[in-house]
Design a protein around this ligand. Structure first.
Ligand code: SF4
Length: 494
């Protein structure tokens, strides 16, 4: 077997390889097969950078290693120079290389007795398993470079922190999770893991790994579209909520297509329904659905929210990632069949919640069924009831009128064309073929959040702001019109 020259591993490549060796292979040799970065992923990257910059302010006098990733050798040299200067208390983006693995440490803090503390900054507000390996591989490389390490861990956002609206207390905004002990416990396995990945990369052919649940955790793999392009129309991943062990069982039997699942094979009630619909090519329609869609109190509302969840709180009395609603859309159906639309978009700087709730309660009035698609709006309302105690009775009374259209569909309707997804974007084109999100500037919620932040940015030109505003209005009102049309389409089945 001919061997390739081993490519260098980086921390992110190592973590990609732990998720899936094929992912690492593609990252090294077939980058062009990756999908474009989605607005949701971009939002996570942006938040990470913003949080990373802020975290460095906790280490005054720290210096940044300026060289980029393509100048790793120079960065290593600059790191050594900075380490030699005892006046420097911390080094940001410190660079190291050892045994074919190169890393940048977010914060390397000068500790006691010649030791160094290794700090990985995360924009998340809680611990994830993958962080352990993230820190462990850095520990291995830094220790292998001859440094003695004191503490090693993750500096993450503290979800309990409440911003007072005036000063960000960085010492409270961040929390340090010391992972030294579990990282030390992992050290014995790391050299073997690193060697395994390096050997895998040295052979000519990619590893044969079929896509499965592992592609989605801890991160959605950027090669998902490529790897799943040849999967059958009714791929077994379309069995909503199928567990990894069940998938593995089916794959071990060579079953990729829902229609080829042997009998008997234990599935959940919903998965069994999906299988029946796929095999018979017929929709499932339960009689109860008609009652649920017609036994309503008028006027009937079709409601949708758009929200932002800033990693670093910007409004008083909010915490990292707290959900802040800034827009609602409501289509109102009268008993006589008239359909009207109203909407709200908070376009000023400042906390939108008070105006949001007041305008919403006004339009909702005292009666009428309120359809939402998923229980997201209910969760947002529940949080608003906590934040705005003077309005909480009215908010809670309004929530009692909510009816989740998605939950009804999940329970009482299925079309094989859903391919296992009950999202509005999947259900709408199946039930209302002339409607689709394709022509809209904004096509999903995370994109709407990002655009809202651009709308509030003082550097965005006024003409651009007007376009963003219109795009947000178009998107949110399309969601609620979609619900109106889905209900109509479902009623046509009776
Ligand atoms: S999509 Fe799945 S199988 Fe393909 S490279 Fe990514 S993780 Fe591996």
């Amino acid at each position: 077997m001919s061997l390739r020259k081993k490519p260098l591993l980086s921390k992110s490549r190592f973590l990609a390889g732990l998720q899936c060796q094929l992912r690492l292979w593609h990252q090294c040799y077939n980058r062009e097969l990756a999908s474009e970065i989605s607005p949701a992923q971009q939002a996570i990257f942006d938040a990470g950078q913003e949080v990373g910059r802020l975290a460095t302010r906790l280490y005054p006098g720290g210096v940044l290693i300026e060289e980029g990733h393509l100048q790793h050798s120079e960065a290593v040299q600059s790191t050594l120079t900075a380490m030699d200067n005892s006046e420097i208390p911390a080094i940001f983006e410190a660079a190291f290389v050892c045994d074919g693995v190169r890393i940048r440490v977010d914060i390397l803090e000068r500790g006691e007795g010649g030791r160094w503390n290794l700090i990985e900054v995360k924009s998340a507000a809680s611990m994830k398993d993958v962080y352990l390996y993230d820190v462990a591989v850095q520990y291995e490389v830094v220790r292998g470079s001859g440094l003695e390490i004191g503490d090693a861990g993750v500096l993450h956002l503290n979800s309990q922190y409440v911003y007072d609206g005036a000063n960000l207390e960085l010492a409270d905004l961040f929390a340090f999770l010391d992972l030294t002990e579990p990282v030390l416990a992992l050290q014995h396995e790391l050299p073997a893991k690193i060697a395994e990945l390096q050997e895998m990369l040295a052979v000519q052919n990619p590893p044969q790994i079929p896509p499965s649940r592992h592609c989605l955790h801890p991160y959605l793999c950027e090669f998902w579209d490529h790897c799943t392009a040849e999967m059958p129309e009714f791929w077994i991943m379309g069995l909503t909520g199928i567990r990894e062990d069940k998938l593995n069982e089916l794959m071990a039997m060579g079953v990729e297509d829902i229609r080829h699942i042997p009998d008997p094979f234990t599935l959940t009630e919903l998965q069994e329904r999906i299988r029946t619909c796929v095999v018979t090519r017929e929709d499932y329609v339960a009689a109860e659905l008609e009652e649920e869609l017609t036994n309503l109190e008028y006027p009937v509302h079709f409601l949708d929210f758009e929200t932002v969840s800033p990693a670093i709180p910007i409004y008083p009395n909010t915490s990292p990632y707290q959900v802040i609603p800034f827009q609602w859309s409501n289509h109102i159906l009268s008993q006589g069949g008239d359909l009207n639309h109203s909407g709200f978009l908070f376009g000023e700087n400042g906390d939108p919640r008070e105006s949001f709730v007041q305008s919403l309660l006004e339009i909702m009035g005292e009666g009428g069924t309120i359809f939402t698609y998923s229980n997201y709006e209910k969760r947002v309302m529940s949080e608003l009831a906590n934040c705005l105690p003077q309005q909480s009775d009215r908010i809670l009374a309004t929530m009692d009128r909510f009816k989740d259209l998605q939950a009804l569909i999940k329970r009482y309707f299925y079309s094989p064309k859903f391919r296992g997804s009950f999202s509005l974007k999947s259900v709408l084109p199946v039930l209302v073929p002339h409607m689709s999100y394709g022509d809209l500037v904004i096509q999903e919620g995370t994109h709407a959040s990002r655009e809202y932040q651009r709308l509030l940015n003082s550097e965005t030109p006024p003409e651009e702001k007007r376009k963003i505003e219109q795009a947000l209005i178009d998107y949110c009102s399309y969601d609620t019109l979609a619900m109106v049309k889905i209900r109509e389409a479902l009623l046509e089945r009776f």
